[in-house]
Design a protein around this ligand. Structure first.
Ligand code: NDP
Length: 319
């Protein structure tokens, strides 16, 4: 239902060998541009909802402690929520908070009629049972899609709020292919936040899905048959060019920080799970890291918040 244009930039790639010099064109799936276009569409949707119903959706983000990376994510979520025209509620709680007190905050947000989406920034401190906290969120406000009810609805074909990163991957794939029916997809990783919901979404799209993980035998052979390869592992550049079928589409979810001595002493850089330079010689289309799947996540969170608001408040919408 999304019709986003201009998400891809085309980059020519020159590949040389002793006997041939040929030009291959690989599409770089630009998540930054896609996310920007998605946010613009969502801004229009929020404005239309405000005109029609006189109210806008609200997103509450709960941050426990002062992990610098989490603070940056939460700040960005707040900024983008407001830029989109929605209400943003931030709850900053001390790292020493006890489980009971954190759950009280969640109960209040569950009851608050102005809050349509609740997101608890992970990781949580050791004294907190994160799963208990996530399962306390009202499933109708669970915009991260981590509640067991939403996970169950996703796999059984019900109306679920879907985890943001895999949904972002699906939007990119649908934009690229249109129909995904019959595609052979390999998802590497079986976590509850990426691998499993990704597979469930693709099954819904009538793909043939294989999930690989750390115990899979002969990962290369498994990957090599994929029309679409999705890496969500967290191991820097383990997927090399020889894992990829010629003409496959590759989505790299992994975010890994590694030393970058070429940038100076003590410097680091972000890389994905896929060795990008090699992989793009094989792939028809590929996401870079950074700038691929990463930027999609917050945009999809905003989308989920609007979806949650529309369902809860019985607003008619066309996302
Ligand atoms: P997890 O650590 O929860 O899961 C990793 C998965 O990879 C596991 O299923 C594991 O298998 C599998 N795995 C590990 N090593 C190998 C191996 N050598 N070969 C095959 N499979 C392997 O990670 P997440 O799913 O949470 O995240 C994965 C990556 O995606 C991380 O880099 C993370 O930072 C990134 N990420 C990015 C997001 C974004 O772009 N916004 C959002 C979420 C995550 P097993 O189950 O057997 O242990």
């Amino acid at each position: 239902r999304f019709c986003l244009k201009n998400i891809c930039s085309i980059q020519p790639i020159l590949r040389f060998s002793k006997t041939e010099r040929r030009t291959q064109v690989t599409k770089i799936l630009d998540g930054k541009v896609f996310a920007k276009n998605l946010r613009e569409e969502l801004t229009q949707t929020v404005s239309a909802l405000q005109k029609e119903y006189g109210e806008v959706p609200g997103l509450a983000v709960v941050l426990v402690g002062n992990n610098p990376a989490s603070e940056v994510y939460v700040r960005n979520k707040g900024i983008q929520t407001k830029e989109c025209g929605m209400r943003s509620f931030e709850h900053k709680l001390p790292s020493t908070i006890q489980q009971e007190d954190l759950l009280k905050v969640i109960y209040q947000l569950n009851e608050d009629p102005e809050v349509d989406g609740i997101l608890v920034q992970l990781p949580l401190p050791d004294q907190i049972d994160a799963q208990k906290v996530l399962d306390t969120i009202d499933p109708a406000k669970d915009v991260d899609g981590f509640h067991i009810i939403n996970a169950g609805r996703l796999t059984t074909g019900g109306e679920a709020l879907v985890p943001c990163t895999p949904l972002g991957c699906l939007l990119l794939l649908k934009d690229h292919f249109g129909d995904l029916t019959g595609k052979d997809v390999v998802v590497i990783g079986r976590s509850n936040i990426v691998g499993k919901p990704m597979a469930a979404l693709l099954i819904r799209e009538s793909c043939t899905v294989t999930i690989a993980h750390s115990k899979s035998q002969d990962l290369k052979a498994i990957c090599k048959r994929a029309d679409i390869l999705i890496a969500a592992v967290g191991r820097p550049e383990i997927i090399t060019g020889d894992f990829i079928k010629k003409g496959a589409v590759v989505l790299d979810v992994g975010i890994n920080r590694i030393p970058a001595p070429e940038k100076g002493e003590g410097k680091t850089k972000l890389v994905g799970d896929v060795a990008f330079e090699e992989a793009k010689l094989q792939a028809e289309a590929i996401t870079p890291v950074p700038g691929g799947i990463g930027p999609m996540t917050i945009a999809v969170l905003l989308r989920n918040t609007i979806e949650a608001a529309c369902r809860r408040r019985n607003w008619v919408y066309n996302l």
